[in-house]
Design a protein around this ligand. Structure first.
Ligand SMILES: [Zn+2]
Length: 226
């Protein structure tokens, strides 16, 4: 039987190591194997090992940030990570099709969509943008106490936590995979200045060691905003 705990540990360590290479500018040169990999994937099909839900921001290219190769990651990118039924279906499709053990939501510093959603001077150009901004505004105020002033970093992290709970609340399939230990749902925050990814649910010290310990408050489903 597959040991999903080991799988989760390995996948997170793989992402953490890839991000370290990105930060240190020691990324793997895959030029020589690119053609072979492309043809192999085309012939045998894809087998991505993680689902990533990132922002569409051009400064946060998920595969580069984690120094991942062709066919490694199933990536969904949405401005401000603002999800809906279709994007949730994409996550379910990937997890179901490839038995994926890790879904990671990644927010980031200086998110233009979160900033615009809170900009009272921003002009409305279409009802679709209005809808986008109103949903991000709601999400980024998640669990914020009444009267608290806007702190952009907190709003960006709250936004991610909201969409993580959105997945849990709206997908019976993914909730059941999480409860049975098959798929880990995590969140992370990318620093656009340093290139560093902070895993919000996992103690990064332990991620580098031999033991992977998840914060008990997260495992219990409680909301945590850093
Ligand atoms: Zn963004």
């Amino acid at each position: 039987m597959r040991d999903y705990r080991v799988t989760h540990h390995e996948l997170l360590k793989r992402l953490e190591a890839g991000n370290r290479r990105f930060v240190d500018a020691t990324t793997i040169d895959r030029t020589l194997e690119l053609e072979y990999t492309r043809k192999l994937l085309a012939k045998d099909g894809q087998k991505p090992w993680a689902v990533m839900i990132g922002c569409s921001d051009s400064r946060v290219p998920i595969e580069k940030v984690f120094d991942a190769g062709l066919g490694d990651l199933f990536v969904i990118r949405l401005a401000g990570n603002c999800m809906d039924g279709g994007s949730l279906g994409s996550v379910e499709f990937a997890v179901d099709s490839f038995d994926i053990g890790l879904v990671l939501l990644i927010g980031h510093k200086n998110c233009g969509a979160v900033t615009a959603a809170h900009d009272s001077c921003a002009k409305s150009h279409s009802p679709h943008m209005d809808l986008l901004f109103s949903r991000i505004r709601m999400a980024s105020k998640y669990r914020r106490k009444a009267g608290d002033s806007l702190d952009l970093a907190k709003a960006e992290k709250a936004n991610i936590e909201y969409w993580k709970d959105y997945i849990r609340q709206n997908s019976e399939f993914l909730r059941s995979r999480e409860l049975s230990g098959k798929t880990l749902l995590c969140s992370a925050y990318y620093d656009t200045f340093t290139g560093n990814v902070q895993f919000l649910d996992v103690d990064s010290y332990n991620l580098r060691g031999t033991d992977l310990s998840f914060r008990s408050d997260v495992l219990n489903g409680a909301e945590v905003l850093n």
